[in-house]
Design a protein around this ligand. Sequence first.
Ligand SMILES: NC(=O)c1ccc[n+]([C@@H]2O[C@H](COP(=O)([O-])OP(=O)(O)OC[C@H]3O[C@@H](n4cnc5c(N)ncnc54)[C@H](OP(=O)(O)O)[C@@H]3O)[C@@H](O)[C@H]2O)c1
Length: 306
Amino acid sequence: MQARSTAAVADCQAIGRHAVRIAVTGVGGRLGAQVVELLAATGDHDVVAVARRPLTVPVTTSIADYADRAALRTALRGVDTLVFVSSDGEAVNVLHHHENVVQAAVDNGVSHIVALSGLDADLESPFCYAVTYAHTERLLRESGCALSIARASIYTEFFLHWLVDAATTGQLRLPAGDGRISLVSRVDVARCLAALAVAAPTGRFHEITGPESLDLAGVAALTEHEWETPVRYVDLAPSEHLAEMARAGQTPWWMYAFSTMFESVRQQRWASVSDEVNRLTGRPSTSVGQVLAAHYSTVRKASLST
Ligand SMILES: NC(=O)c1ccc[n+]([C@@H]2O[C@H](COP(=O)([O-])OP(=O)(O)OC[C@H]3O[C@@H](n4cnc5c(N)ncnc54)[C@H](OP(=O)(O)O)[C@@H]3O)[C@@H](O)[C@H]2O)c1
């Protein structure tokens, strides 16, 4: 990776305070789309949505697959601030994608990168994506670009698919031990990324978490309360969890990703709570109970139709 000179970084920091063109990657996805919506709503910025397929969004779209370095370089032309929403899929590809995005930002002299990372970004973590995030943060530091790094906890909405299953069977069957998770609403992560994008680079990590850290017995109890259906946490042995995922037809990659994620949960790597959502956005973070309540009617409709 070719890094930027100190003078270029100083320029970046100065320009970053008055960003005019803000690109957001991963806009085909839920988080990136929310960030674009928030930035576009201000009307103060020239927002570019970067995605690998055409989108219906109220801003300019630039088509670039994370695997296509040349397309990324074109997409980031003239961009002051990049909101870098991480890629998805097998970790080795994700890392390659992230190298491409950071290189394209460096090639275009992007002033400020607001990067999405994970609360457990750590080369020592058992979780595959904690390792890719740690490598990506190193690439970002070496790029010489001014940075603001959002280390997000696990999204409550992402966790919902286990809770929807649990509401159907009455059992939340996962190998989390007594691990606690500071589940955060995806919309709060989007609001934080948007807030960081319109501010000067902070040069630090921001832990983006929900307002509380719950073990899965606590999450099951909340689900039971909000969705008015019995849900009990069953602490599976990791081998049992793998066998259940295989029986359900899960692919080998996602079996590996989920089993390493729950290993990191058992190690309490997702337990910390911060009030960064409030500090960055000026509004309190959304609780797990609020997200569950917002999904109540969808879940009831689904259960009535089965
Ligand atoms: N903290 C958490 O709980 C958690 C959970 C899941 C994911 N994540 C991370 O957070 C990111 C945003 O989350 P999300 O909920 O918005 O995920 P999402 O809705 O699944 O969106 C992921 C996006 O990545 C895009 N993508 C995948 N491979 C790509 C490629 N090669 N080139 C260009 N785009 C590619 C997909 O594009 P298409 O729409 O074209 O398929 C999709 O739009 C994810 O990408 C992942 O890195 C975090």
